[in-house]
Ligand binder design. Sequence first.
Ligand code: SF4
Length: 471
Amino acid sequence: MKTTKISEQELLTQQEYTGKVASLFADRRPLAHIRTYGCQQNEADSERIAGMAEAMGYTVTEDEKEADLIVVNTCAVREHAELKALSITGQFKHLKARKPSLLIGICGCMVSQEHRKNDIKMRYPYVDFLFGTSMLYRFPEIVYRALTEKSRAFYSDDSEGNIAEGLPVRRESRFKAWVSIMYGCNNFCTYCVVPYVRGRERSREKDDILREVRELAASGCREITLLGQNVNSYAPEGTPGYGFADLLTDICAIEGDFLVRFMTSHPKDASHRLIDVIAANPKIARQFHLPLQSGSNRVLQAMNRRYTAEHYIELVEYMREKIPDIAITSDIIVGFPTETEEDFSETLNVLRTVRYDNIYSFIFSPRNATPAAKMENQIDDAVKSERFARLLEVQNEISRAQNERYLGRNVRVLVEGRSKTNAGLLTGRSSQNRLVHFAGEDALIGTFTDVFITGADTHTMTGTLKQGEEQ
Ligand code: SF4
């Protein structure tokens, strides 16, 4: 597919709309509230929405009650996420009743589905505008029209996606950043709605990505996470033959003390070459998120995953041989249609073989328009819940044992802030993506610091500032 890069002319048009919105508020700074659901890509999109809102003269606020503009950025990967977004939108109705000038918009994956779009049109009359993921760059125009035309607008785009470079961005963190390297997905796993709502795979040009990373590194950014639905199939049109391993190599050559993470990888495309590049570059985090989804080859085939459990385990073995301190994490779906007790046991077997550092496990949730939603032999809810509990039991024990390996060792962490559960402690994240709590000064926030590990449980570790030599 030919990538549609948004033209400079179109971006200039949007800049004009930005100026027009700002001129409507010449006498005051209005407030914008952005609510985000879903994955890191949505968080990255919301940072762009916030950046465009600021350029239009808005100040971003955490308090929705004060806002003049509310944007709900939605997710469609699981029904639960959609229901949460709809529920919060329902609560905003009272704000609109109190302040009729309030603009309410919904964007993201959920509203890229026709049935949800129609639902919102009919049942949420106080929502002023909707726009799908490929319309993000037109946010200034959408806001300007909503402010001046005073009629509801539902924007849809039938293209298979685009790439817009140079949009303003308001990053949530001064030392951590998301960098999208590609958008969309071509894989059509049978349970997944992403290819329908985010379009076909398209990769940003490498020079655009390298420029962004260079700027981030120069500004003191300490952790850069490269985003894509399947980063392993990164393939920019302007540089044939250039792939994800090349991009990582070029990023690691950029000067600065920063760590590179990436997500997500597809096991069918993760290569030995990629693993070799990670092994050779200490700037790349020692964590590999490799979604397994199921340990049963029969279920993997029904999911259209296009790898086998044996291939997956071979990749893990190669990774552990080349990068002994690598942490491996995964996504697992429990209760996919037709999953038998034997299939589920095979998933548990892979857990015990791989010994993941952590997993993100999900109960299968049928998504509208996906093949899996229409499959026969959907699994009973009680069976799904029971398997889910057993899966967690097995993994929690492994996660705890994996964390305990760090007891009595120093680990380098990027200090992220104060712990949410114990505000007296700082919280940091190791290269292996483990959370570490320890006592320290605020001045450490945003720096790399060595912590001596004194405690470990299933999800976190505790420690003190470094003692003795690093191990
Ligand atoms: S690789 Fe599969 S699970 Fe991941 S986004 Fe694409 S279709 Fe969805």
